[in-house]
Design a protein around this ligand. Structure first.
Ligand code: MN
Length: 574
């Protein structure tokens, strides 16, 4: 208020003393200072400090922490006095203060003091979270480093232990899952920076607490563990929006240089494993580091030059058709959302298509367009009944080019035969509970799935892992020829390139020669069951009403049968 021009204050109805208004109590105004941290939600904190010193996973390395704080310009009056910095700054710990290192209690005491004095914020890490549960007397396994912190607690006197249990519990229980920072002039709108322990996404604030918590503390992982039994961390950074806030995180130790990648910065430079403790000065973007004095622990897996993320494991895992191989982790339903998969295929076509291309469990067939371009269509081998790796979810029926890696026709995603295994029901329920998700499960009778799309100005039909462009089938029923003949009769518009351009249409072929379980007599039909629209840059599934409109349009595909359920839908067809 003191900095406001008088006329601005006058406009809001306040009369200055020079014009007869009341005399201001200036002392009171000067004593008031804005809060440095607010808590807009229970899960998040908003930092309102001009500068931050963000510190990576400390894991009990108090000597290195002291050296780093000193290098950042922080000093302390005596052993337990006030921490201060010549500038208006705040320390933000990305989480994991304790475990594995030599002096977890020393690190906790420093963090408690700095946070109490309003000079620091702890963003909660998975190790902090587990320590909190131990401090609260809940049952936790004393491993992955927690045993070292517990041993330190056990060496304390009764009174020391009681006091530290209380302060550390308060510290961690009040730590947010993520913190945001706005430039001093930009408090309205999106933050410019987010700090979270393992991962973050602009969707996190809209998620239920359980999902947000799992994502921030552990990050997304693959549904199958790696051969060493550890969860494989998904590279969430690959799909982190470059226009979103910058994101700083820890959690995944690595040995290489600290580098920005897609607007994200990893800060856990493996101090406890003998590498370095790192800090980021924000908004200056300077990285400050101190070397570890010694390796204090052995990493569970070899350290890598960058955070050890994988898109998905490429190793062949043993096939077991009786097991549900794709285990449903906390993020499974989210990761399996069709819109999510389409989005990641759109964002990282090369990463996904090259994995599909190199996967021996996926059968590929090539064809050549009239313009001489090679197309590849994918099908799954019989032994791949249930997808085991994320990229396999995209694969069935996908048509792509190799150079450049580009999807040409995007099929519906073949996840499971719904309801065939218990876990698919759980998945369907979980999917239907997802915010923003409307689930439609298409009726399929007992036919064969056929796709049509436009490739090089030609309508191409695909089915059973082959397409019109490939060599004609040498034996058996000519599915594609018959599908084409049926389209000619029932909906010729669907063979018009102008009508089909930019869409993948999914049909079910009912034919006496293509009889799997149910006998439909002599009935022959192609039934439109869905469509993907990729005319815009972002591909999307069309809604039910759009599909119905499409079916009635000149490019559409005729009518649905009057009684689609006769005689019985076969279990487990698709
Ligand atoms: Mn850590």
């Amino acid at each position: 208020i003191l900095d406001e021009p008088w006329d601005a204050i006058g406009r809001v109805g306040w009369v200055p003393p020079s014009q007869g208004g009341p005399k201001l109590e200036f002392e009171v105004l000067r004593a008031w200072s804005p809060p440095r941290i607010t808590r807009p939600t229970a899960s998040s904190a908003q930092l309102m400090v001009p500068g931050l010193d963000i510190i990576g996973d400390v894991h009990g390395c108090s000597t290195e922490l002291d050296a780093l704080l000193a290098q950042l310009g922080w000093s302390r009056e005596g052993q337990s006095g006030h921490w201060s910095h010549p500038e208006d700054r705040m320390v933000v710990f990305v989480g994991d203060l304790t475990d594995r290192g030599p002096d977890s209690i020393g690190v906790l005491l420093r963090a408690v003091t700095m946070v109490d004095q309003g000079q620091a914020l702890l963003v909660r890490g998975n190790h902090d979270d587990k320590l909190l549960r131990w401090l609260q007397g809940r049952s936790v396994e004393l491993k992955h480093g927690l045993e070292t912190t517990v041993a330190e607690f056990e060496d304390l006197t009764h009174d020391q232990r009681k006091a530290l249990t209380q302060t550390a519990t308060t510290l961690i229980a009040n730590s947010p899952l993520w913190a945001t920072w706005h430039a001093p002039q930009g408090l309205i709108g999106d933050p410019e920076l987010v700090i979270a322990h393992a991962a973050w996404s602009p969707d996190v604030p809209r998620w239920p607490l359980g999902r947000a918590r799992a994502y921030c503390l552990f990050g997304p992982t693959t549904s199958t563990p790696s051969p060493d039994g550890l969860p494989q961390r998904l590279d969430w950074r690959q799909r982190y929006p470059t226009r979103g806030p910058s994101c700083v995180f820890g959690h995944s130790p690595f040995q290489g240089p600290v580098q920005w990648y897609r607007n994200t910065l990893a800060l856990d430079t493996a101090c406890v494993f003998g590498h370095r403790l790192s800090a980021l000065r924000w908004p200056e973007r300077d990285v400050v580091q101190v070397d570890a004095r010694a390796p204090y622990a052995e990493p569970r897996r070899p350290l890598e030059p960058t955070p050890p993320y994988v898109l998905e494991p490429m190793e062949e895992t043993p096939m077991n058709d009786t097991d549900a191989n794709l285990q449903l982790g906390p993020d499974a339903a989210f990761e399996l959302r069709l819109d999510r998969l389409l989005e990641s295929l759109h964002r990282q076509p090369e990463a996904i298509l090259s994995r599909i291309d190199g996967d021996a469990m996926l059968l590929k067939r090539e064809g050549v367009t009239p313009h001489g371009q090679t197309m590849v269509i994918v099908n799954a081998s019989k032994s791949l009944f249930t997808p085991q790796h994320t990229h396999q979810l995209y694969a069935k029926g996908l048509v792509y080019t190799r150079e450049p890696w580009r999807p040409v026709s995007i099929p519906f995603l073949k996840i499971y035969n719904l309801g065939e295994r218990d876990d698919t029901r759980a998945l369907a329920v979980e999917l239907s509970r997802q915010e923003g998700v409307t689930a439609h499960f298409n009726d399929k009778l007992d036919g064969t799935m056929v796709q049509s799309c436009c490739i090089a100005s030609q309508v191409v039909l695909t089915t059973r892992g082959t397409f019109d462009l490939a060599d004609p089938a040498t034996s058996g029923f000519d599915y594609l020829g018959e599908a084409r003949r049926l389209l000619h009769t029932q909906s010729p518009g669907a063979l018009d390139p102008d009508q089909v351009q930019g869409r993948t249409l999914l049909w079910e072929l009912i034919h006496p020669e293509s009889r799997l379980v149910t006998d439909y007599g002599d009935r022959k039909a192609l039934i439109l069951t869905g469509a993907v629209d990729h005319r815009d840059r972002e591909p999307r599934y069309v809604t039910r009403s759009e599909l119905e409109a499409l079916a009635r349009s000149p490019g559409g595909c005729g009518k649905r049968p009057k009684s689609p359920r006769e005689p019985h839908p076969s279990p487990g067809s698709s």
